[in-house]
Design a protein. Structure first.
Ligand code: MN
Length: 193
């Protein structure tokens, strides 16, 4: 079968991704994530002073049905807002079709997944460890370490990303900095469908 792309190789790091022309880079700051941290007062207190970068990501998305693989990389900085660790917005794959693979590159993170039937699962993400994400589960990543947490991701082309549901309802659980380290607690503001 005819293919739309030529073979290529690419180092998995920000410098290589920045200079790879088809790749798009995005930066998410605290002001972009106002609705995603549980401590709204802490968010506003920080934004009076500055607007820190929470994470950045690179992605190359194919738009060819049945051909190609989309891929990207995410780098979440270390830090907390209130007691909640820096996190990615998280999303559903609209329609629930299309699974995804994450591979840890650097640092120490968590992957939180939940489904509309009430399952909520949290997986450790470490360098050289992969996580398989079923397409029906929303997914978010959280940096629970003291250095950058980054991972590589691969997903099928033409997935529609639904960020609005998470912005409205949140995730069932929060990951906060406790007295002996990261703690996973119920999200009092969560209200599913
Ligand atoms: Mn995804």
């Amino acid at each position: 079968m005819e293919s739309l792309v030529l073979p290529f190789s690419l180092p998995i790091n920000p410098e290589a991704f920045n200079s790879f022309v088809p790749m798009k880079q995005f930066t998410r700051r605290l002001s972009d994530l106002r609705d995603h941290f549980s401590d709204r007062q802490a968010v506003e207190n920080i934004l009076v002073v500055n607007d820190p970068v929470i994470y950045e990501y690179w992605e190359m998305e194919y738009d060819a049905p049945g051909r190609g693989l989309s891929f990207g990389m995410t780098r979440i900085l270390p830090g907390v807002i209130g007691k909640e660790y820096y996190l990615s917005r998280g999303h559903f794959h609209a329609g629930g079709d299309g699974d995804e693979l994450y591979v840890g590159l650097k640092g120490r993170g968590l992957l939180m997944l939940y489904s509309k039937d009430g399952q909520c699962v949290t997986l450790d993400m470490l360098p050289d460890k992969m996580c398989y994400i079923p397409g029906y589960m929303a997914h978010r990543t959280i940096n629970i370490g003291t250095e950058d947490f980054s991972f590589f991701s691969i997903w099928p082309p033409r997935i529609d990303h639904d960020y609005a549901t998470i912005a409205q309802y949140g995730f069932p659980k929060l990951v906060v900095s406790g007295s002996i380290g990261p703690e996973i607690i119920e999200n009092p503001a969560f209200h599913g469908d």
